[in-house]
Design a protein around this ligand. Structure first.
Ligand SMILES: *Cc1c(COP(=O)(O)O)cnc(C)c1O
Length: 461
């Protein structure tokens, strides 16, 4: 390397690049404070190649051009998941405070994996995790870590559960089963099956009742059949497709009596437990050995974050602490090292945006914002029932409303959905239930209004 090339490299990483930083931050400010976020829509690969290809060059295209390409071409080719008429999958609705603070997490290059390096950030994240654990009725020793998302949170929890089961067998001098089994409901999220595949274990789906809820009796029967091969039972605290909460109390009675790990997957729905009148629906969560809830879903934080909480974090350390000579200085201390509680090593302090927003606004605002979604779902469900040609597939329990347009085929739903996005009215993709094509509103954003929803219903006439 010549002195000249070194000087150029130094420049790129130094404070002299203030104008680049200003350009980027001023775009970020515009995007965060947009009053009317455009919904936007995807483009074809060929169109994007033509409009924004060839950006990776030996000399670079410069920050002005790169930023302009992003703002004018690439960003409009991304559907705005925070748009109030984005009602598919699970929308995002990060508070302005949490988005702004997400920039700070990057700006500060905080390392969130170890106490030694990130104690201040880890402390703040733990404040949030301990608040959540208390809300869910877990004991004082409970603790956890913010993972990338519910999929990785569920996988990490199940790996911990299996390690604990192996340990129990070893202590009792019992052999491990030929195949481990995780018990869940037929309505459990796809990430449970995916985790089982990664772990090379089997899943046993317990039938749910007519409302889609799994009960203790079904779990009890599965445990009779599979016995000690079962290392965990997964109860769902709000299914993604319908927002149905399993009968966690009766399931917890069974897992407690039989000494089996209970994991509660509340990625979407567990946030509803922060609303006082919803707490009875989640009775039994306090018996969970592990649980997850995603701040990037109904806790108004940006992508990506899953709060993974263990009743006994020592069990997670036993499963996840990575051993390496260069890490000994970290792992041979009693410090609280978030990396050791899940599947990861290097980690972004991804819980900080939620911490900042919670600290700024207070928890009451969160309860109110979540309750708004539940009430709006109820109101629009009543409206759907009242409209000729529309009917509910099920009564909403949380903030997901699933309904049908009488007489429409899957192709009709798809054509309608495509038109809705093309005309930038809303983003509502068809879903299906028991082979029947259906429509689904998932309501998260406090900016989603009754009028937006009835406007979309009008297009179904
Ligand atoms: C969304 C969801 C997941 C997966 O979470 P990601 O953050 O998307 O990985 C798991 N379980 C349930 C119930 C969910 O709703």
């Amino acid at each position: 390397m010549t002195d000249q090339t070194h000087a150029a490299a130094m420049h790129a990483f130094s404070a002299d690049t203030a104008s680049t930083v200003d350009d980027v931050l001023s775009y970020a400010r515009r995007r965060v404070t947009y009053q009317d976020v455009p919904l936007d829509k995807p483009l074809r690969p060929s169109d994007l190649s033509r409009l924004a290809g060839g950006t990776i060059t030996a000399e670079g295209i410069g920050s002005r051009r790169a930023a302009a390409l992003f703002e004018n071409v690439l960003a409009p080719a991304c559907v705005s998941t925070d748009h109030p008429a984005y009602l598919s999958f699970i929308p995002s609705a990060p508070s302005k405070a949490s988005i702004a603070f997400d920039l700070v997490v990057s700006a500060s290059s905080v390392y969130g994996g170890s106490w030694m390096e990130g104690s201040g950030a880890v402390f703040a994240e733990n404040e949030v995790l301990h608040w959540l654990a208390a809300e869910f009725g877990l004991p004082a020793g409970a603790g956890g870590v913010f993972m990338q998302g519910g999929t990785i949170g569920n996988l990490s929890a199940l790996v911990t559960a299996r390690t604990a089961a192996r340990r129990r067998n070893a202590d009792a001098g019992r052999p491990n089963p030929a195949r481990w089994v995780v018990v869940c409901s037929a309505e459990a999220h796809s990430s449970i099956v995916s985790a089982a595949e990664v772990m090379d274990v089997d899943t046993v789906a317990v039938a749910s009742d007519a409302e889609g809820r799994m009960h203790g009796a079904g779990v009890d029967a599965a445990l009779d059949e599979y016995g000690d091969a079962v290392f965990a039972v997964v109860a769902t605290g709000g299914t993604t497709n319908f927002g149905i909460v399993d009968d966690i109390a009766s399931i917890a009675e069974v897992t407690t009596r039989r000494g089996v790990w209970l994991h509660v997957d509340g990625a979407y729905g567990l946030a509803a437990m922060l609303v006082e009148r919803m707490r009875p629906a989640f009775a039994g969560v306090e018996h969970a050995d592990s649980l997850i809830v995603d701040p990037h879903k109904w806790l108004f934080a940006p992508f990506d974050a899953c709060a993974l909480i263990y009743r006994d974090p020592a069990k997670a350390l036993a499963a996840h602490t990575q051993k390496a000579e260069y890490l000994d200085t970290l792992t041979e201390t009693p410090d609280w090292n978030p990396s050791d509680l899940g599947i990861q090593l290097t980690r972004r302090a991804r819980g900080l945006p939620l911490w900042f927003s919670l600290a700024t606004h207070g928890t009451d605002l969160y309860r109110t914002a979540i309750e708004y979604g539940i009430e709006l779902a109820r109101r629009i469900a009543d409206e759907i029932e009242a409209r000729p040609g529309l009917s509910l597939v099920r009564d909403p329990q949380l903030s997901v409303v699933v309904f049908r347009r009488e007489g429409w085929s899957a192709a009709d739903y798809q054509a309608w959905s495509d038109r809705l996005l093309e005309e930038q009215i809303g983003f509502v993709v068809p879903s299906s239930h028991a082979g029947e094509p259906v429509l689904r509103f998932a309501i998260i954003s406090p900016l989603t209004t009754y009028e937006i929803l009835t406007g979309i219903l009008d297009t179904l006439a």
